[in-house]
Design a binder for this molecule. Structure first.
Ligand code: ACO
Length: 432
């Protein structure tokens, strides 16, 4: 990881002067290194939500929120989604470079080899109610992988780390499909090595052992692109959760389970599900103005799901690709007048012209269209965030591995601005 110290920044506090190195990365804003601030001045910085804080150096993903740019290892997301495939993207994120044919073939074989899960894991599923949210199941069964694969738990061994990363990428679709099949009461489908990653996932979700149905290649291609679009997104909430969990030395399966738990929230990966629920609630194009008004009302907690982003103050570049996939899938399925799409298109148009959304730079994010695509592929709403988790696993493991390799890495331990009671004496209950 290369960065250079560009200049010094000064801070004057109570007459004392402190110097900080200003680091310059490859692209993006310069970063002030304040790691010695407390030791030198006895002061902390305060930054709720980490809006101005870089937690690490990273070579994996770059976002320019003002421009609406997203690069994986330097490659623009739209090029990878249009011209590449998901496994190639996984290799890129993990290793830093796109694979040549031999490297790709070997990588695909490795992922296929790890796609099965230990048969004993099947029994975990019977412990879950059929109406359990699949993200609840995923939190449990992914964490449970650490109870099965003891030979890839030593985080200080690069080979064991590599195996754990491959296992997680390979087993996530299998577990996600099992969670779905459990909700239907249908038998689990084993992975098939002659199918590519996305087609295999669709087959495990929608296939049955009683019939030999071919996976629709257009839909498999759309699934593949969805996974690419979700593969990584810099230091977002779930990735930061994975890094924080991993900073204590926790094993990779436990770390990824913590990422899944964080992703579930409606302000993060749960937004795709929340977005479809919102479109259904709006119900008709005629009701859009009423909902836009609600979204703008400070006293109303309602927000337009699929709008706004912490980093993007422009179109989310993934939303553009997702919008295209949405039209391709609906055209392919012969769905001419999808009512939710009609509401989404009109809502996007109105919101993009509305002063409130324009001034606050609230643009559609990836979740705005992804729910419609996932629904068209045949997934129920509560599986949407699971699909996000399947795609994001490679990002989580790549970032986790990068963190372990970083020699400056220490346990993540934020401090606080304490505003509670001062020191006081205990009073017995009879005197309170
Ligand atoms: N609808 C209406 N108003 C909004 C919306 C929205 N979707 N998003 C932000 N705002 C408003 C806020 O009320 C706030 O207004 P104020 O300045 O008058 O108080 C202002 O815009 C800034 O919003 P914050 O919540 O401070 O921005 P933050 O960066 O913390 O949040 C977030 C970003 C969580 C994505 C937010 O925009 C949101 O809740 N969007 C809807 C949920 C969603 O789509 N999440 C998916 C994110 S993408 C992903 O995880 C893949």
């Amino acid at each position: 990881m290369t960065d250079k110290i560009k200049e010094k920044a000064n801070l004057k506090l109570n007459g004392d002067l402190y110097d900080f190195d200003v680091h310059e990365g490859t692209i993006g804003p310069d970063v002030l290194d304040i790691s010695k601030l407390y030791a030198q001045s006895g002061k902390f910085t305060y930054d709720p939500g980490f809006t101005s804080t870089a937690n690490c150096k990273s070579t994996i993903t770059y976002i320019d929120g003002e421009e609406g740019t997203l690069l994986y290892r330097g490659y623009p997301i739209d090029q990878l989604a249009e011209q590449g495939n998901y496994l190639e993207t996984c290799y890129l994120l993990l290793n830093g470079e796109l694979p040549n044919q031999d490297e790709y073939t070997k990588f695909e074989e490795t992922i296929n080899e790890y796609a099965l899960v230990n048969e004993q894991l099947n029994r975990f599923f019977t412990g879950f109610r059929p109406d359990a949210h699949p993200m609840a199941i995923m939190c449990g069964v992914v964490g449970a992988l650490s109870a099965f694969y003891h030979d890839s738990l030593d985080i200080n061994d690069p080979e064991q780390r590599r195996i754990a990363c491959h296992r997680l990428i390979a087993k996530m679709p299998t577990l996600a499909a099992m969670a779905y099949k459990h909700s239907l009461g249908q038998p689990f489908m084993y992975p098939k090595n002659d199918l590519d990653y996305a087609a295999n996932f669709l087959n495990m979700c929608f296939g049955l052992p009683t019939e030999d149905k071919n996976v629709d290649t257009t839909l498999a291609k759309a699934m593949d692109k969805i996974l690419i679009l979700h593969a990584d997104h810099e230091q977002n909430a779930s990735t930061s959760t994975v890094r924080l969990a991993g900073s204590s030395g926790a094993n990779p399966f436990a770390c990824i389970a913590s990422g899944i738990a964080c992703l579930w929230g409606p302000a993060h990966g749960g937004a795709n599900e929340a977005c479809i629920r919102m479109l259904e609630e709006i119900n008709s194009v005629d009701n859009i103005p009423e909902y836009v008004k609600k979204a703008k009302d400070k006293n109303d907690p309602f927000r337009l799901m699929g709008f706004g982003h912490r980093v993007y103050k422009n179109f989310d570049p993934r939303a553009k690709v997702m919008q295209k996939i949405c039209h391709e899938v609906l055209d392919h399925l012969g769905i001419k007048d999808d009512p939710l799409l009609a509401i989404a298109v009109e809502l996007e148009k109105i919101a993009l012209e509305d002063d409130y959304f324009v001034e606050k730079k609230l643009y559609p994010n990836i979740d705005f269209y992804s729910g419609i695509v996932m629904k068209s592929l045949g997934f129920p709403m509560d599986m949407f965030t699971v699909l996000f988790a399947v795609g994001r696993t490679v990002g989580w493991v790549s970032q986790w591995n990068e963190m372990i390799e970083d020699t400056s890495q220490r346990i993540g331990r934020p401090r606080q601005l304490y505003v509670g009671s001062e020191h006081r004496q205990y009073i017995g209950m009879h005197k309170r």
